[in-house]
Design a protein around this ligand. Structure first.
Ligand SMILES: O=C(O)CCC(=O)C(=O)O
Length: 265
């Protein structure tokens, strides 16, 4: 339920988040609010809003793949490059969600836009745990929200999760998808669907999922005739965000290589 900038998370949904490592929240933004976000989203995709270097990239291919062939378009840190995007209605609602899940010291760590073009068998976001991408920090509290800009279905490559995997004792091994992190940012973890129970998060436009840094997740190909677009914001504790910045880690793919080398240690 929406109350101004606040989205009320029921006790049952808070419990689901703790148990499964993710939760589906219906109606986080209204249709009217989503139309405003969508207009700006399209300006990023059309490159009317400039996002430099590797922060505009393909999460399925290598950094040098021609743009016409991209299968998972990734806009990293849209708010950094386009100040009017900052503190948008989705971000404000998720700030309230993060506080309800984890407490009042949660802060925005990064934002991101993800878009899969129609009819792409390779439009796969490979299985991973977000923590593998980040430097290790003492406080694990994380609320990463993923907003469906298009109805999100199994056909167009909705998010999928291995529920409860955030409670495994150690992080699963991750390997770079294309050899090394200079060629592509993407990491892959092994998921064995005969053992790991996979849940598909089909969402209506305006719904969101919120996930923990340790839960295994990803998404399959886009076999539909339309785009599958999503806005992401990640909230972590103020202390964690401060520690990351101290390490020079901003979630930009443009961060210095010595910082990248620390990721996934
Ligand atoms: O959009 C997707 O398919 C994956 C997004 C994701 O992995 C994330 O937001 O952590």
């Amino acid at each position: 339920m929406i109350e101004g900038d606040r989205y009320v998370v029921t006790a049952a949904r808070r419990d689901a988040f703790r148990r499964d490592g993710w939760v589906h929240l219906p109606g986080v933004v209204t249709e009217e609010e989503l139309c405003g976000l969508e207009r700006e989203f399209e300006r990023f995709l059309a490159r009317e809003i400039e996002v430099p270097g590797k922060d505009f990239c393909d999460m399925a291919g290598t950094y040098d793949r021609p743009i016409e062939e991209w299968a998972v378009v990734n806009v990293m840190l849209p708010g950094r490059y386009h100040p009017p995007w900052r503190a948008n209605v989705f971000e404000r609602r998720v700030a309230s969600i993060a506080a309800q899940l984890h407490g009042d010291d949660m802060r925005l760590d990064y934002d991101q836009l993800l878009a899969k073009p129609p009819g792409r068998e390779d439009g796969v976001f490979h299985w991973h745990q977000d923590q593998a991408y980040w430097p290790r920090t003492a406080d694990p509290r994380t609320a990463t929200a993923w907003l469906a800009v298009d109805p999100s279905t199994r056909e167009n490559g909705c998010m999928r999760f291995v529920s409860g995997s955030h409670r495994e004792a150690s992080l699963r091994p991750h390997r770079p998808l294309h050899g090394d992190r200079e060629t592509s940012h993407t990491l892959v973890a092994d998921v064995d669907e005969s053992r790991d129970v996979v849940t598909y998060a089909e969402l209506a436009r305006g719904d969101a999922t919120v996930h923990d840094e340790r839960v295994l997740h990803g998404s399959g190909p886009n076999r539909s005739s339309g785009w599958r677009r999503a806005c992401v914001v990640a909230f972590r504790s103020a202390a964690t965000v401060a520690r990351e910045r101290e390490l020079g880690f901003t979630h930009s793919h443009e961060d210095a290589p010595e910082v990248k080398d620390r990721v996934g240690e």
